[in-house]
Design a protein around this ligand. Structure first.
Ligand SMILES: O=C(O)c1ccc(O)c(O)c1
Ligand SMILES: [Mg+2]
Length: 657
């Protein structure tokens, strides 16, 4: 068996990764560091151009002409200089003063070799509040720009005083009717206000001077604060950027796709990592947009980056295995819980001590070694964590190719095979989602494949029928440093989709959680629930959180029968308080018998508006974190019983006390 790690980073990849040959660009404000650090990271990630954010230039030691050289030396164009604020004004003196300021900025742009300036709509109460006056003032500015060989891209800020909607900005631009004035469309300002983006398709394409893309998580908060602190990359938030971008292309826009992401997270993240995620996010968006523009994908496909038939995302089956990094202290405790749950110890790897627990086709592998490579740096070594998720796939090699398309490194584990067909020898492809979580893709786990790795304990075939129909979902904790990158990776490579995130308050904190799902060939989706773990909690170190967080939930068809079977094997279910069942009786019309059955087996319950039902019970936590859950879904229930989460956490604390 050999392990090979392939890392492919696109450095200055030739040709466009975007539909219709569009160029990639990014605003310097997206990244942390000095302007030099930012340009290095942007060039390294493979971008074609930059937007220079004025405060970055003002604070930099180099003169604009030097910046122009530094940018050109890195193979980058300067696509936009921004922002020019508060141009229009009800006060004629103020407006005259603003025109002088504008002329000075044109001189800076001369030195930068940039001809496009972003002009934001004014948020000031003194802004021109009359369309006639505003049109007149923008017309004057456009004439000055034309005389200096410059162009102005007028952007409606979502919190603009008079102009805060792209249609209003476009109407003013149309009224001015000067080729030196166009609009800048910024997805954040348009989608954050819930404006219908379909009107973009009807704008004259040559009046759209610039496209800024940003995603964001849905939040009910002040627009300015939301925009300045919580934007994220396409594929990290909840906006529908695919149809947004489709409308912009339908209008005929062929300029750069530029990222403008104001983010508190990226402000202190490694700029190289942010920039490479940023470039990946544009390719992710391009793949989805390109799928709707087959005529546009021809060039892209010839460069190996487009959405062609054979490049479609390969399929997976469901979760077939879970590997728990348990360490020597927790490994025996895991065994004590897995046995009663129906997982028999069926093999041990004599060289590593890895323990294989199986219930029919499902496997849980427990790693008892100290400080395994899967444990996050700084995490307590005795804290068990789900380190690997195994998905069934008949075509691991195709997954390796797909990961490479997004520059995600994979490790290919080869099985002995004919050397004439090396691709057939790829047995497992492993891809790191974070430093402490990997996803494996492999064909069905036959006894044969286990045999190669474990000394199997002889057992009677099908001695016990399987208790479970599969893995319903997996819960994982992630630190803030990993969160954004992991979301993008899961969504781009695996095509996972997200619903809106949830904040779930419980006895030990408020947990930000995000469910991700992806379709499988069997129809039952893969479900992951990521929870954002603050990097430090109560001095317990990163990722340590009392009450449990990391978990695997197994699915069954009959919750009471399964609970009974587990109890008969000695399972201690997490005790749920009487008060919970009093409340259930008050909230739902369940009938005394059903409530009694739930209470007897510590089963929790939820129902949704469409008649879906959810039943689940839990094990106590192992070493404060890991637990197992058994669930039963009925009638198309799509949630995770989140309402019961605080009850579980409090019950786990009470059990441990
Ligand atoms: O938050 C701002 O002020 C700001 C500035 C420039 C932009 O392009 C933008 O979208 C927002
Ligand atoms: Mg903008």
């Amino acid at each position: 068996m050999s392990l090979t790690r392939t890392t492919q980073i696109t450095v200055g990849a030739g040709g466009s990764a975007l539909p219709l040959g569009a160029r990639t660009s990014i605003a310097t404000v997206c990244l942390s560091g000095t302007l030099g650090d930012k340009l290095d990271a942007i060039a390294y990630a493979g971008f074609d151009g930059v937007e220079i954010f004025e405060p970055d230039l003002i604070a930099a030691p180099g003169r604009p002409a030097e910046l122009a050289r530094a940018t050109a030396d890195r193979g980058l164009s300067i696509d936009l200089y921004q922002p020019f604020r508060d141009l229009d004004s009800q006060d004629p003196d103020r407006f005259r003063r603003n025109l002088i300021r504008l002329e000075r900025k044109f001189s800076v742009m001369d030195d930068l070799g940039c001809d496009l300036l972003l002009v934001c709509s004014s948020p000031l109460a003194s802004a021109a509040c009359d369309d006639g006056l505003l049109t007149e003032q923008l017309a004057t500015a456009a004439q000055l720009a034309a005389a200096r060989g410059k162009r102005l891209a007028y952007e409606a800020l979502a919190w603009g005083h008079h102009v805060n909607d792209y249609r209003h900005a476009a109407a003013i631009v149309a009224a001015v009717d000067n080729p030196a004035l166009g609009t800048c469309l910024d997805s954040f300002h348009i989608l954050s206000r819930g404006a219908d983006p379909s009107g973009i398709a009807d704008l004259p394409g040559d009046s759209i001077f610039f496209l800024q893309l940003a995603d964001a998580p849905r939040m009910a908060m002040d627009l300015l604060q939301w925009s300045r602190h919580h934007r994220c990359l396409p594929g990290q938030g909840n906006f529908d950027l695919v149809s947004f971008t489709d409308h912009v292309l339908a209008a005929g826009y062929r300029g750069p796709w530029s990222l403008e992401v104001f983010s508190d997270v990226f402000r202190h993240a490694d700029p190289v990592r942010t920039a490479s995620d940023a470039h990946r996010s544009l390719r992710y968006l391009a793949e989805l947009v390109g799928a709707g523009h087959p005529e546009s994908s021809e060039t892209a496909v010839s460069q190996g980056v487009g959405a062609s038939g054979e490049e479609r995302r390969p399929v997976t089956g469901g979760v077939v295995s879970i590997r728990v990094a348990a360490g020597p202290t927790s490994a025996p405790q895991l065994g004590e819980v897995l046995g009663p749950l129906g997982f028999d110890l069926s093999g041990v790897d004599s060289s590593t001590g890895l323990q294989l627990y199986r219930d029919a086709e499902l496997a849980v592998v427990v790693d008892p070694t100290v400080g395994t490579v899967w444990t996050s740096p700084g995490a307590p070594t005795d804290m068990p964590t789900i380190a690997q998720i195994g998905l069934r796939s008949a075509e691991p090699g195709a997954w390796a190719a797909r990961a490479a398309k997004f520059d995600v490194p994979v490790a290919s584990i080869a099985a002995p095979g004919p050397s004439s067909r090396p691709e057939a020898a790829v047995e497992v492809v492993r891809l790191d989602v974070t430093d402490s979580l990997a996803i494996d893709l492999r064909p069905a786990l036959s006894a044969g494949s286990w045999q190669r790795h474990f000394d199997l304990v002889p057992r009677e075939p099908a001695a016990v029928a399987s208790l479970y129909t599969g893995v319903d979902h997996i819960g994982i904790g992630m630190g803030p440093a990993d969160w954004e990158a992991a979301m993008l990776l899961l969504r781009s490579v695996f095509g996972m989709s997200v619903e809106e995130g949830l904040d779930v308050p419980d006895a030990v904190g408020t947990m930000r959680s995000q469910a991700l799902t992806s379709a499988t060939e069997s129809g039952e989706p893969i479900r992951l629930v990521a929870s954002l773990v603050p990097s430090r909690l109560d001095g317990h170190g990163p990722l340590r959180r009392r009450g449990g967080l990391t978990h695997a939930a197994f699915a069954c068809d009959d919750i009471v029968a399964t609970a009974r079977a587990c109890r008969s094997r000695g399972l201690i279910t997490l005790p749920i308080p009487e008060n919970y069942y009093d409340d259930l009786r008050a909230r739902f019309d369940l009938g005394a018998d059903r409530i009694d059955a739930l209470r007897r087996y510590d089963i929790l319950y939820d129902a949704d508006e469409i008649g879906g039902e959810f039943f689940h019970f839990f094990t106590p936590t192992i070493a404060d974190d890991l637990f197992f859950e058994v669930v039963c879904r009925r009638g198309g229930y799509r949630g995770y019983g989140e309402v019961n989460s605080p009850v579980r956490v409090a019950a786990a604390l009470a059990f441990d006390a």
